[in-house]
Design a protein around this ligand. Structure first.
Ligand SMILES: Nc1ncnc2c1ncn2[C@@H]1O[C@H](COP(=O)(O)OP(=O)(O)OP(=O)(O)O)[C@@H](O)[C@H]1O
Ligand SMILES: [Mg+2]
Length: 328
């Protein structure tokens, strides 16, 4: 088997605040195989965006790295200076479309000016070269070419998101990381964004995708592999089919059939909420962090923390209900 494109080992990171430490990433191993679309799912506040930032070596106060090793396409990121990562990694080997990108994009510049700034961080290029590169890519992706001369607010939400993804990948990075790219969009616009990302992979513009969402079911349409995160830890991972068709962890099951807020519309769609609240990451509960909300909690779950054990066939689960089946 070839080595994964991205590998993170024993990652621990915490926000240092006055009251103590918010351990948002607490002993995570994570892998993006080459050619895969990896989904990372979990409730709001479980640490998904923090994990992504750690995986991309984007750690700044108040976030502190406690431990870990990260290999991206053979480069050991944590051994590199931030400036080196900025030059050699971000935008070149990996493109990152953060959660807030849709609204955070500079509203005073036309798209093409944003592209020029971004490209020139990595290499010298003339205006003509950049315009031609950008137009060619927009054509390939069936985006309206004249949108390169528009201001961000002149594009609809879905179009803006597609444009942001298209321009962030102009240098053909191997990995595209998108954090909640579809959460603010309606279902049909979501589909267009998902389709465009899969087209980019098919056309070899990118090789792999890491897709972050609080809605596990969205991943059904795109993911080849899934990680489920709860309170700073991975509680289950595996090939997408096994996660969707035979989820093991009670939290994965709940996430699949639930939504996190009791909106009337979701109730009308037959969805229910997961009772209780995610725990504080300042003082997580003893034992399994999910036990206060778990309908199957046993005595052992209240006192011992389940390890994330391999169950074979590329999957793993951190739950005592399944640990007698674990493989060594
Ligand atoms: N700058 C910060 N300072 C202190 N705590 C933070 C900071 N950013 C995030 N946190 C805390 O770290 C934890 C994990 O946050 P994170 O944003 O990684 O979660 P998330 O899973 O991405 O949530 P969402 O689905 O809402 O985006 C949360 O408890 C959050 O309040
Ligand atoms: Mg987030």
């Amino acid at each position: 088997m070839s080595e994964p494109l991205l590998l993170g080992l024993n990652l621990r990171a915490a926000y240092r605040i006055r009251l103590g430490e918010i351990r948002a990433v607490d002993g995570v191993d994570f892998e993006v195989p080459r050619g895969a679309v990896v989904g990372l799912a979990g409730e709001s506040g479980c640490g998904k965006s923090t994990l992504v930032n750690v995986l991309l070596a984007n750690v700044r106060p108040p976030l502190m790295l406690k431990s870990g090793k990260i290999l991206l396409d053979g480069l050991e990121l944590l051994g590199m200076a931030r400036e080196e990562v900025r030059k050699k990694v971000w935008g070149v080997k990996v493109s990152y479309v953060p959660q807030s990108a849709l609204n955070a994009i500079n509203p005073t510049k036309r798209i093409i000016e944003l592209v020029k700034d971004a490209i020139r961080q990595h290499k010298p290029a003339t205006d003509e070269e950049i315009i031609s590169l950008c137009k060619k890519r927009f054509e390939e992706l069936n985006l309206p070419v004249d949108s390169v001369y528009k201001y961000p607010h002149e594009l609809s939400g879905g179009m803006r998101q597609r444009v942001i993804i298209a321009i962030s990948t102009l240098l053909n990075p191997r990995l595209l990381v998108v954090d909640e790219p579809t959460s603010a969009l309606d279902v049909s616009t979501q589909k267009q964004v998902l389709r465009m990302m899969l087209d980019m992979k098919k056309d070899r513009i990118i090789d792999s995708i890491l897709f972050v969402t609080h809605e596990l079911p969205v991943l059904r349409q795109v993911a080849t592999h899934v990680y489920v995160m709860y309170a700073g830890k991975i509680v289950e991972y595996g090939p997408a089919d096994s996660i969707f068709f035979s989820p093991m962890h009670p939290y994965t099951k709940a996430l699949m059939y639930s939504v996190m807020t009791p909106e009337p519309e979701s109730r009308a769609r037959g969805l229910v909420t997961i009772p209780g609240e995610p725990p504080s990451l300042l003082m997580p509960p003893q034992g399994c962090r999910f036990h206060p909300r778990c309908p199957y909690a046993m005595d052992v779950c209240r006192v011992r923390e389940p390890k994330l054990l391999s169950m074979g066939e590329g999957r793993g689960v951190a739950c005592f209900l399944h640990h007698s089946e674990a493989v060594n």
